[in-house]
Design a protein around this ligand. Structure first.
Ligand code: ADP
Ligand code: MG
Length: 264
């Protein structure tokens, strides 16, 4: 199972929208996908129509060791897409895990114990911080997908993320790579969007995906209906963009380091 963290410590850049719709697009192409909601806000869980009452076991119990992946997983209405939901309990996890052994490796350990072969790809939706939750995702992942909003300060904060990635590489996960950077909320009527897109490509080079996710109202409406945009309106520009992004992402997968061998 390939594990990909969707991270950027800025809030509102499209992490969760990307997580839900990439998970759905990958499932639509035939992959069996596990999405882990690691944000206490639980927006990925809500956006997939999994209400609070259904979140009996969640990513919180996964981190504390009180549930296995098999116990926490919930089927979604999207074929081939399963979810490990988030609850507000997760907001206490950063503090509660301080005294716990291997606190940076809790997610990695839980995933290592999961039955191998049930899923092809695991996506991890990170919270808007570089705290212990995101570090757990970066330790568990082979690679990262970084959404970057097409706005004036797009690159601001990226250096902090890169520093965190370097630290995680140096201490815990030397093979952690950046699979790609996805430009989100591109507004073609706004010249700034194009300018930012050009600047980001000039600065960061081919790591930036060719596909750009447009600002699209269908993408923001879908979560309130509890379905991915790809199901809410599969023909909208946002859905088409996420399908194209999924194809690009799949093409990059063979370059990844081999999946971690489950701990014996
Ligand atoms: P993050 O998880 O990084 O905080 P979200 O994915 O939750 O960001 O997006 C923040 C807000 O912007 C949400 O209300 C979401 O519906 C909206 N949004 C995200 N991407 C787009 C897009 N491409 N077009 C329009 N709205 C979007
Ligand atoms: Mg989010």
């Amino acid at each position: 199972m390939i594990r990909i963290a969707i991270a950027n410590q800025k809030g509102g850049v499209g992490k969760t929208t990307t997580a839900i719709n990439m998970a759905t697009a990958l499932a639509a192409t035939g992959s069996r996908v596990l999405l882990i909601d690691l944000d206490p806000q639980g927006n990925a869980s809500t956006g997939l129509g999994v209400d609070q009452a259904a979140r009996v076991r969640s990513s919180y119990e996964l981190l504390t060791g009180d549930a296995t992946v098999e116990e926490a997983v919930i089927a979604t209405r999207v074929p081939r897409l399963d979810l490990i939901a988030a609850t507000v309990d997760l907001s206490g996890a950063e503090i509660e895990l301080i005294d716990v052994d291997n606190r940076t490796h809790r997610l990695d350990m839980a995933l290592a114990e999961a039955a191998d072969g049930r899923w092809d790809i695991c996506l991890i939706d990170c919270p808007p911080s570089l705290g212990l939750l995101t570090v757990n995702a970066l330790v568990a992942a082979q690679s990262l997908l970084v959404p970057l909003q097409c706005e004036f300060f797009a690159l601001e904060g990226l250096s902090q993320l890169l520093t965190t990635i370097e630290r995680v590489r140096a201490r815990f996960n030397p093979d952690l790579s950046i699979l790609g950077i996805a430009l989100t909320m591109y507004d073609r009527r706004n010249r700034l969007s194009e300018q930012v897109s050009q600047d980001v490509r000039a600065t960061l080079g081919p790591v930036v995906f060719q596909t750009v996710i447009p600002r699209n109202v269908r993408l923001s409406e879908a979560p309130s209906h509890g379905v991915p945009a790809l199901i809410y309106d599969y023909r909208c520009a946002g859905s088409e963009a996420y399908m194209a992004l999924a194809r690009e992402l799949i093409a990059r997968l063979p370059k990844l380091a081999p999946a971690k061998v489950a701990a014996a």
